[in-house]
Ligand binder design. Structure first.
Ligand SMILES: [Fe+2]
Length: 153
């Protein structure tokens, strides 16, 4: 296996674990009871938590797309170019979903806002889309490294 794939893959795995942890913290925070008097402070802190998550995701996508992994997959398995491009397209879709969450949080105007239930649903949907995407990406990498090249045989 080329040296790059080992390094890039293990870093990507570690970053994915951090993404899962951030999603858990975002869900916990959204489930918390917020006093009306502390709502504005909570909203800004939550928005920043979401911004940090957005940046964390962007960095992971950058690493996957620009850090050599995509280029390596395309070089090793040009016949899988469609699948490789599809997982990249999923990054854009995930980014749109996170952007919608940011907009939803900004629109909240009180601790009792009914939008909070919708935000919880959106966050759950986002977590599911990310899990499905990561599984597809893992399957793609396994197919390229193990099926196409027989690494580990
Ligand atoms: Fe990805």
């Amino acid at each position: 296996m080329p040296a790059l794939s080992t390094d890039a893959s293990s870093t990507v795995l570690a970053e994915r674990e951090q993404i899962s942890e951030s999603l858990r913290r975002l869900a916990d925070e959204l489930g918390r009871d917020v006093e009306p008097a502390g709502f504005e402070r909570w909203k800004l802190a939550y928005l920043w938590q979401l911004r940090d998550f957005q940046s964390q995701l962007h960095k992971l996508f950058d690493r996957e797309e620009e850090g050599g992994l995509t280029a390596e997959l395309l070089r090793l398995a040009p016949h899988r170019a469609n699948r490789i491009r599809q997982v990249e397209a999923e990054h854009r879709k995930i980014d749109v979903l996170v952007g919608q969450l940011v907009t939803g949080v900004k629109r909240m105007d009180g601790a009792a806002d009914v939008r909070i239930a919708r935000l919880r649903d959106q966050l759950q949907d986002l977590a599911a889309v990310i899990r499905t995407h990561e599984a597809a990406e893992c399957a793609l990498m396994q197919d390229v490294y193990y099926e196409d090249f027989g690494v580990g045989d």
